[in-house]
Design a binder for this molecule. Sequence first.
Ligand SMILES: *Cc1c(COP(=O)(O)O)cnc(C)c1O
Length: 388
Amino acid sequence: MKNTDRSKWKMNTRLNHPQRITPSDSNPPLLAPIYQSVKFVVSEEVGYSNQFIYSRISNPTLKQLEMSLCEIQKKQDCIVFSSGIAAISGMLLGLLKSGDHIITFRELYKPGRVFIRDMLPRFGITSSIISLNNIQSLEKSIQPGVTKVIHFESPTNPNLDIADINFIIGIARKYNIIVSMDGTFAGLHQHTEFDVDLMIQSLTKFGNGHGDVLAGSIAGKKILINQIRQMSFMLGASLDPHAAFLIERGLKTYLLRYERHCKNAQQVAEFLNTHPKVQKVFYPGLAESHSHALAKKQMKQMGAVVSFILDPKAGQIADQFCHKLKLIQFAVSLGSTESIICPTHFFFGDDLIENDKNEMGIGPYSIRLSVGLEDAEDLIDDLKEALG
Ligand SMILES: *Cc1c(COP(=O)(O)O)cnc(C)c1O
């Protein structure tokens, strides 16, 4: 602000241009302030494209979060969004144009799958949706020069399938295709050694960790992030600075929380795995799990989501079971401090054909549990009682 003589102003002017406290460089706040301002005063000393101007385009609090996310994910650049799904749709609209083709997998988180399969055709963008169980068909699905992106998730939501990341990258490189990975379930610190072009995260989950903020991010190659940025300030799914501050706060305990989440999840998965009324458990940390071998090669920690199928002979469907629990709450989402559980067929599979659902292990008896930070014994007691 330019120096002004306040004393000559009347009260409405004074109230709308309050005095400011700007601590000196030798007496800064220990925590960075939240720049809860949509606009920044434009300076005549610097070029306009090198300034903060409008928070839909950039803001210091968002920039700080983007830098932290680059650091933990070991990526060149990062852009944050108002939700994980905004990051996914922003990435696709930023990179693809009419006539392009994308390959993805049926095991994808439902809204992403629906966006690619049902919405992108409106813009002339076609897709092939294959299965992670049939990854050999990936190369056959490529239309050279037309396929621009391969987008996958690992582990997948809800049933923890693991994608063979180097296999996908190897094929994509042959045809000059961009590889985008959604690493939400594995968190921000895993898979950093893989050369995916773009890493998507729903920060709503473990990044924030407290279930009180929606946010998403894309980290990766600078040239691609720049291209997405050009689109994102027109799509307008910007993150609010206060939400960015809360994510940054969550990151301080992220590694501690993730470790404890995983320890609890392993105990809960082992309990479920030996219970006679549970037909099948999906958790990459179990030696018997379908995804264990590949997960061990790619991940150090197996995550906090445990999915399972109740034995139909035990007489209760997933919805009844989830409502019966007392400590573990029936709610969607994951990665919060509190444990939450929901049936998978209605929330994550109702757009799929019956055969796909059967092969993916989604049905009336299937359940997804996000293990929180409570004491594992209490969670196991709750599950034991509801299993009966
Ligand atoms: C939750 C989730 C998303 C979407 O994130 P939101 O922040 O809810 O928009 C995307 N991908 C995966 C794997 C998720 O679990």
